[in-house]
Design a protein around this ligand. Sequence first.
Ligand code: PLP
Length: 368
Amino acid sequence: MRDALESGWLTMGPRVEELERNYAEFLGCSHTLATSSCTASLHLSYLALGIGPGDEVIVPSMSFAATSNAVLYCGAVPVFADIVGLDDFGIDPADVEARISERTKAVCTMHYAGYPSAVDRLRELCDARGIALVEDAAHAPSAELEGRKLGTWGELGAFSFYSNKVLSVGEGGLVATDSAELATKVKSLRSHGMTSGTWDRHRGHVESYDIVDLGFNYRMDEMRAALLISRLRRVDSEIAKRRELVHGYRRRLEEVEGLTLPYRDSEVERSSCYVMPVVLDEGVERRAVRRELSEHGIQTSILYPAIHEFTEYRRRLPGVSLPRTEAASRRQLTLPLFPHMTGDQLEQVCAATAAALRSATRRGSTAT
Ligand SMILES: Cc1ncc(COP(=O)(O)O)c(C=O)c1O
């Protein structure tokens, strides 16, 4: 990072190239392109696939809005599919299949909390139907299915380095692909459709440039790349700590009344364990539980409010109904999880959660 600052070369240059080489090796894929965010990566991925007006992309609603916003940026229509259920927040391949139309150009799957969605089945489905597969792998660096890293199952995979992510540097993203053609397209659109970058011109490789496409400034800078090069070396050991903590949570919360745990113990080892999700029993007042936890200094969040229920989406795409996503979105709660969390902190969170659920349940039974 200091070297990057002292080098005097701050915009996309040798450190970004080094990060891209390292990340491609880390994922086991042919090409990666660093970007300014995962949102930009998703936008570039859809554009590289030629998605535009008149096309449809099937997406989860149980995700951050960037997954579907990027479809709208292309002038295409996001078609929301439901999740598997309250024990697996990944998009349901059967529901995806039912929503395929002659306008469907791609499916985007998101690996919730770093647990693999049914990307193997989606891969087969997309191959059989001649549709592209994109992975929103914002939660899932280093997670894998059948020994293959998430983000490399689709034609393109999009990663996030946003500040609350497993591999965080504030802002940043990356596109992974095995296709040289798609990589060239992403690279071009990332920097205004220019035929050469400033770094190439600086080194005297080319004198000038042409603009051959309508692109964007979705570049990453050298300081972020330098931080990521060093963070990438630690990410697997941090994920190992996250997994230990999740096992600890699962052991303790198993006995707690008023909640269930999505995913299975055996799935923890292949997840990057981005967050610790729980599902509150029907009728438990989530707001009261959150308030009580907050009074103990315990931060919780809701991942996610369903995208199709946001005002802007209701306006654009009225009448969408996804019962399993809606149930998950009303009952889900995310407990604190970070690699340097201590065993004592974990105990405190579990005890406070159990107590908050007891009071919420008592209140509920008094009210009836
Ligand atoms: C599932 C998912 N997709 C996309 C994004 C967007 O990432 P970024 O903030 O890097 O644009 C996020 C980040 O919050 C996310 O959680």
